[in-house]
Design a protein around this ligand. Structure first.
Ligand code: ACM
Ligand code: ZN
Length: 759
């Protein structure tokens, strides 16, 4: 699970005040749309026209609904209203002329389209079964425009329908088990933001979570592990507290029904052929060696995977037969990601399958595995979805690809006429950090900020119009290695879900970052009434670092997405200065710490940014080899005085994969260089390796450092130089492929550099 990147662009000026002038500008720009009135809806509807006056909800308001689907939507509205208002409204089949009422009216339409008309005396919500539910979330949000105007809905008419047909959120319940009650709450929150698919990751190495009647050991044995990892993966520390849990088939039926009432499809994922250690601990006979004993305790992958032979397929077909009885969804997710092929290459049974089926290599064996499962599921009238590794060795004929290692998998699928769902680590992995490392709880490495998610466009420009039709939509993934409980899951989901919801529902022409942040703030009141533990760290000021002109020096500017006062102080060997209001960018030219104090909504936070200066801090630097898209930060990142943290966010590192990158730093005059220090990352489990060595010179690369070996995560190598130089040219020599015995062996390794210091 490696990916992600930094965004770093800071777009909102510091002294942003949502003032009258801003509002007027918006009105001029968007007078035909929702900005002409105060709307706090997320996602924004695609067409609104407003009128004067308001409809007021009170406990005397009636709900008029006839027919099962209309009543179902009305009941959902009531269940939400109980959260926000503490009361529900009577549902009736007729109303009198004097009544104030909300009518839920079912029409014959299978889409998610709805129409919502708000008049002074009544509200009319009209749609098919799904449209009514989508409109219900709009209605609730309208009733909750703000604390001041709660229950007063401005008169208006909305015609709305989604941009994308697939709007998904995933949840991994294997690494950390989440109760049936929480899963229902999660689904409810997805419905509130008009998502329509819940991808339930039910099995993995660290726990099997679904009861299968024919194979009771799957839950008796496979749902328990003897301990769990504590802290980041590389510490390799474990507790010895037995950990487990699973859903009975009745639990699953209950959740599926609950989701169906919210017009949310649940796609179950049963992982194969890799990430299957929990199943194999229960039934070791389906592994190659037959010796698996323990459900996984460590995060990450394991070499023991399903053995490719007929008895495994019989077992999996039995399992899937029970799964499809429980889940009515068209799609069944069969995983397919990160399957190590080591066991297969040495297993007589797997070699025999290869021989019999005339398969040239292990990739083809994996493809055979997936195609055989696909054939089985197709025969039961279901379709498969798999992670993008299912493209390797040949894609199963009817498969849908879930593109997670970037967007290339999705593009390849679309180009070959297969459906694709976009879920790239860069924008859709909500297990990654959403803010500066220092302000966030431990998470999976990576940096996926609210603005990054909001900027996401699921359809790659490089696809033709015909190919674009195969991109069904996108999905957020929540892998729970570092989400220890429900509160943490909510923290990682919100407010990023708000951004993805608008990306997937609302036409791009209506996207507007400033309006979005404002609406997120208003939505927080709604989330408060649902007691959602959303993250507030997106409120914190962003720091942008530029060269200060003279070298060494830096220009530091701060900006905020919300209106708030910001103060700064500077700390160095002489002590700490007074905090003063931040007005203009600051120039700094020696080692010290910038302290940024902000106060939004009575949350005072101080963030410290330590700067380490050298002769090249803030110098002009040329990235001869640009960083990988996922970690392509500005070149100044390497000389901005800040060393990135571990686990890494994308923010203070530049990463390259399969390359020996070169950079050049310009001094503009001759300087004496005693030594060059390079700060790099080493985290083999994430495929990140120390450079083998570093070549350096003035313009030509004439010299080479010693080998940069290490066991630490963040490292500094100091290269003695002792020369007069006008430029420094460096090449970080990659180790090439991930070595045997490390994660991703045989595939291209990553190289990460955070800082170059020259003395
Ligand atoms: C994945 O993140 N391994 C699909
Ligand atoms: Zn085998």
């Amino acid at each position: 699970m490696l990916s992600v990147m930094l965004d770093g662009c800071i777009k909102v000026p510091v002294k942003m005040k949502i003032n009258i002038i801003n509002s007027l500008v918006l009105i001029l720009l968007f007078s035909s749309h929702v900005f002409s009135q105060k709307v706090s809806l997320i996602p924004l509807p695609n067409k609104i026209s407003s009128a004067p006056k308001k409809f007021t909800i009170s406990s005397a308001t009636k709900i008029l609904a006839n027919g099962d689907m209309a009543i179902q939507a009305a009941e959902l509205f009531n269940s939400w209203l109980k959260q926000t208002n503490g009361y529900a409204l009577p549902i009736v089949s007729t109303v009198l002329r004097k009544d104030r009422y909300i009518a839920f009216s079912m029409i014959n339409d299978t889409s998610e389209k709805y129409m919502l008309k708000v008049k002074r005396r009544f509200v009319l919500l009209e749609g098919g079964a799904a449209g009514l539910i989508r409109g219900t979330s709009t209605l609730l949000q309208l009733a909750f425009q703000s604390l001041e105007t709660k229950n007063k809905i401005p008169c208006q008419t909305i015609y709305d329908q989604p941009k994308f047909g697939y709007r998904g959120v995933h949840l991994d319940v294997s690494r950390h088990f989440l109760s049936k009650e929480f899963v229902k709450r999660y689904i409810d929150l997805l419905a509130l933001y008009k998502m329509n698919t819940f991808h339930w990751h039910l099995t993995d190495d660290q726990g099997w979570r679904i009861q299968i009647i024919k194979y009771p050991r799957l839950t008796d044995v496979g749902s328990w592990r003897s301990g769990s990892m504590i802290g980041p993966y590389r510490n390799q520390q474990f507790d010895s507290i037995p950990y487990g849990g699973f859903y009975t088939q009745n639990d699953i039926r209950e959740v599926v029904y609950y989701a169906s009432q919210r017009q949310i499809t649940i796609i179950p994922e049963i992982e194969m052929p890799g990430h299957s250690l929990a199943a194999l601990a229960a039934y070791p006979e389906y592994s190659c060696l037959g010796t698996v004993k323990e459900v996984g305790r460590a995060w990450g992958g394991f070499d023991d995977v399903f053995c490719v032979n007929d008895s495994t397929f019989s077992f999996l077909e039995d399992v899937l037969s029970e799964v499809i009885e429980l889940f009515p969804s068209k799609y069944i997710h069969i995983g397919g990601d990160e399957c190590p092929k080591l066991r297969w290459s040495q297993c007589p049974k797997c070699l025999n399958t290869r021989f019999e089926k005339n398969l040239n290599n292990e990739d083809e064996l994996q493809s055979y595995f997936i195609q055989r499962i696909e054939k089985f599921l197709n025969s039961k009238d279901r379709q498969i979805i798999g992670w993008d590794e299912i493209l390797e060795g040949g894609l199963a004929p009817n498969a849908t690809v879930m593109s997670w290692r970037g967007i290339d998998g999705g593009k390849t699928a679309a180009r070959s006429g297969h459906n694709a769902i976009m879920s790239p680590g860069t924008h859709c992995y909500f297990d990654h950090y959403q803010g500066e490392r220092a302000t966030e709880p431990l998470a999976f490495g990576g940096y996926t900020t609210l603005e990054k998610v909001y900027s996401y466009r699921p359809i790659p420009d490089s696809l033709t119009k015909d190919e674009q039709k195969f991109i069904l939509g996108a999905q957020a993934n929540l892998w729970t290695e570092y989400m220890y409980d429900e509160k943490q899951v909510e923290y990682m989901l919100f407010p990023r879900l708000c951004a993805l919801s608008e990306v997937l529902w609302t036409d791009t022409v209506w996207h507007n970052e400033k309006s979005f942040y404002k609406r997120v703030l208003q939505n927080q009141h709604l989330l408060d009434s649902f007691h959602v533990n959303y993250s507030n760290t997106w409120h914190l000021p962003s720091l942008k670092i530029g060269g200060g002109g003279k070298v060494p020096s830096l220009l530091l500017s701060l900006s905020s997405k919300v209106p708030q006062s910001i103060q700064t102080a500077w700390e160095d060997d002489n002590g700490v200065s007074e905090f003063t209001a931040y007005r203009n960018p600051k120039t700094v030219s020696s080692t010290g710490k910038l302290l940024v104090r902000s106060n939004y909504n009575q949350h005072e936070t101080i963030v410290k940014y330590p700067f380490e200066f050298s002769k090249v801090t803030g110098a002009k630097i040329n990235l001869i080899t640009p960083g990988n898209k996922s970690y392509a930060n500005l070149p100044i990142t390497l000389v901005d005085g800040i060393t990135g943290a571990f686990p890494w966010t994308g923010k203070h590192w530049i990463g390259w994969i399969g390359k020996s990158p070169e950079v050049q730093i310009d001094f503009s005059s001759i300087q004496k260089v005693d030594s060059i220090v390079v700060v790099y990352l080493h985290d083999p489990v994430s495929w990140i390796h120390a450079p083998a060595s570093i070549s350096y010179g003035e313009t030509e690369l004439k010299f080479e450092s010693q080998k940069a070996t290490t066991t630490e995560a963040i490292n500094r190598i100091s290269i003695p130089v002792n020369m007069e130089m006008k430029n420094i040219h460096l090449r970080f020599n990659s180790i090439g492929l991930n070595p045997e015995g490390t994660a991703g062996a045989g595939q291209n390794g990553w190289l990460f550099v955070s800082e170059i210091l020259v003395y």
